[in-house]
Design a protein around this ligand. Structure first.
Ligand SMILES: Nc1ncnc2c1ncn2[C@@H]1O[C@H](COP(=O)(O)OP(=O)(O)OP(=O)(O)O)[C@@H](O)[C@H]1O
Ligand SMILES: [Mg+2]
Length: 311
């Protein structure tokens, strides 16, 4: 593909001096020395010709220091297995356990795509994508990632699944699971309200121990007194949001958890097909700051702070 791209650029009167290449699951990223005869704009202007005349589907053209990086779609996307991702992953273990979530490989440079609800990024996450786009599979891989990098004492997972656990029957036996798969609205509300109380309890403990969060607290106390991180994984939450009572209860508990939850070691990961205003009030949406957007029918819900997640 590198040779084909080089010859295509030359035939289009662009300079093409290769300086490197990287293969990602979706594309080959070819790097060429930038010059007056090879700029990002020039390549962008030739995109349709590159496709129609040379069969090269340019996904992106990005500037790098001294370099124009052109990503060209591979004829067939490569499937990345969870093992391949985990093999390259060495999450930082701290007293507060692993709080990094790995979700795949980055299109830009093939490095691991991870996010850290515990510190770097927002404490709570929204996963969105139309039906069949891979929300539940992504949630399962997040679940497994948390389970392999934390002991059951370090990470407690509250799994809420309106689809009665069909996607998660295999997870019933996971020792990290706090109270089995939750599949009724009443039980879900009860668990969320319990979490708010637990958060308040933790803040009292932090005050007593002069700690500013679960990390410093766990570093101060003996291993037996360390606090677990709570992960609430809520699949298809929009389905239940059509029930007014549930909507009110979830919006209110999530609002109370809000920004205080991070220090308390409580993280929410909610998935929905179409997080529209009627199922997802603004207040709730703004709490779920990390956005993992799979394939969607309309981009209009995600203009703000969108991060694209590859499958
Ligand atoms: N990361 C992936 N790698 C490979 N195949 C995948 C991946 N994600 C999803 N799939 C395939 O797509 C199918 C649908 O995925 P999934 O059930 O996660 O979609 P969903 O977004 O949860 O859909 P729904 O909204 O209907 O629940 C899976 O059964 C699997 O075959
Ligand atoms: Mg699903």
């Amino acid at each position: 593909m590198a040779t084909a791209a080089r010859s295509a650029l030359q035939q289009l009167s662009l300079q093409a001096k290769p300086v490197g290449q990287t293969l990602t699951p979706n594309s080959a990223i070819l790097r060429f020395a930038g010059s007056a005869n090879l700029t990002v704009d020039q390549v962008n202007r030739k995109r349709s010709e590159l496709l129609t005349t040379f069969g090269l589907n340019v996904i992106s053209v990005r500037p790098e220091p001294g370099v124009v990086a052109i990503a060209i779609a591979r004829p067939k996307r490569r499937l990345v297995t969870i093992e391949q991702v985990w093999d390259r992953w060495s999450p930082q273990a701290t007293e507060a356990a692993n709080q990094d979530v790995v979700i795949g490989l980055k299109e830009d440079d093939n490095s691991l795509l991870t996010f850290s609800p515990g510190n770097l990024h927002a404490p709570h996450t929204l996963i969105a994508g139309s039906t069949g786009s891979g929300k539940s599979v992504l949630m399962q891989s997040i679940l497994l990632g948390l389970a392999v990098t934390n002991s059951p004492e370090q990470a407690r997972i509250i799994l809420i699944d309106p689809k009665q656990g069909v996607d998660y029957f295999a997870f019933d036996a996971l020792p990290h699971l706090d109270g089995g798969v939750v599949d009724t609205q009443d039980a879900a509300v009860e668990r969320l309200e319990w979490l708010v109380a637990e958060m308040e309890r933790r803040y009292r403990l932090f005050r007593e121990h002069r700690a500013n969060g679960v990390g410093t607290y766990n570093a101060k106390v003996s291993p037996a007194h360390r606090l677990a991180t709570y992960w609430v994984i809520h699949d298809e939450f929009a389905d239940w949001m059509l029930t007014d009572e549930y909507k009110a209860a979830v919006t209110s508990t999530v609002g109370r958890l809000g920004v205080k939850a991070r220090a308390a070691g409580i993280h929410l990961i909610f998935a929905a097909q179409r997080p529209e205003a009627n199922v997802m009030p603004m207040q709730l949406r703004s709490q779920l700051g990390n956005r993992l957007i799979l394939r969607v029918d309309s981009g209009r819900h995600f203009r703000d702070r969108t991060r694209r997640a590859g499958r």
